[in-house]
Design a protein around this ligand. Structure first.
Ligand code: R5P
Length: 299
């Protein structure tokens, strides 16, 4: 088996390779002056099972394009199978039409990936459980939630906390974590987002958070607005402290600064996205999903 890394996921791919007792296989990624990339697989992969690790994090289009070309290069070099781990599946929030005239962008991505030769997809905490149905190849939907549940068990007294979903779309997720922790209580926030300007308006809180440590769990943090607004609402409603867990540290715009200067105590994320130095901040703690990924990839 050979494992290759795209330029967005070198750290994580290195950890997964180590867990699989493999070395990362060499691939040359040459960038032309105009930004186009030339990919060359520098290993004999004829008849071999291959894995590529590449997150579709910022900049998503560039990282996807690089991935498409890597898959093509492996296919043309005679790889027997091409498993692709996209720890953070970019464009996943565009998995259906919200308003007439829109594209289903994730379907476009799925068609290209299958078209160029991906034989199986692995990804973490996809925005909706229906996303795998969009793909024509087998999909393994992995999750960082068990890792978060272990961390919560270790760091908190479970009788003092309440889990919180920052929007109604996250109810399935929060119920799963509650079950993992012995059915501890949870609350949900009614979030409304203006599709035009992205502004958030929280219209309600279901559940009692008074005197409790609120632990918000979400699939991703992009601008950080959802988490910061949710934390304010919880504190206004009597929560003692607010902690935040999210699988994907997308951290768009000034998310790092916003979260660091908020009233959130700590932000725990996974390494599905390699957080660049300019987006790191003292309140951030990153847990690795490499074991989960390696176990899934070797089966
Ligand atoms: C939305 O449904 C997602 O689960 C996240 O809550 C959202 O993408 C976070 O975005 P932001 O950090 O920009 O508020």
């Amino acid at each position: 088996m050979n494992i290759f890394s795209g330029s967005a996921s070198k750290k994580l791919a290195g950890k997964i390779a180590k867990d699989l007792n493999l070395e990362l296989s060499p691939v040359e990624i040459f960038v032309f002056p105009d930004g186009e990339k030339r990919i060359r697989i520098q290993e004999n992969v004829l008849g071999k099972d291959c894995i590529i690790v590449q997150s579709a994090s910022t900049p998503p289009d560039e990282n996807y394009m690089e991935l498409f070309i890597m898959i093509d290069a492996l296919k043309r070099s005679g790889a027997k199978s091409i498993k692709v781990l996209i720890p953070y599946l970019g464009y996943q929030r565009q998995d259906h039409i919200f308003r007439s005239g829109e594209a289903v962008s994730l379907e476009v991505i799925a068609e290209i990936l299958a078209g160029v030769g991906m034989t199986e997809l692995f990804s973490f905490d996809m925005h909706s459980p229906k996303i795998p149905d969009i793909f024509t190849v087998p999909v393994k939907h992995l999750s960082a939630l068990p890792i978060f549940a272990e961390k919560i068990k270790k760091d908190f007294n479970l009788s003092e906390i309440v889990l919180v979903s920052p929007d109604m779309g996250g109810i399935r997720r929060i119920k799963e974590v509650s079950e993992m922790l012995g059915n501890i209580p949870f609350a949900t926030i009614e979030k409304n987002r203006d599709l035009g300007n992205g502004e958030i308006n929280n219209s309600g809180l279901n559940g009692d958070v008074r005197g409790k440590i609120a632990v918000i769990i979400d699939d991703m943090i992009s601008t950080g607005q959802t988490m910061v607004e949710a934390a304010e609402l919880l504190l206004e409603n009597g929560a003692a402290k607010v902690f935040v867990f999210a699988t994907h540290a997308v951290f768009a715009r000034d998310a790092g600064k916003l979260l660091q200067h908020s009233r959130i105590e700590r932000v725990v994320a996974s390494d599905t996205i390699d957080v660049p130095a300019h987006n790191q901040f003292p309140k951030l703690e990153v847990l690795s999903i490499s074991d989960t990924a390696a176990t899934a990839l070797k089966n």
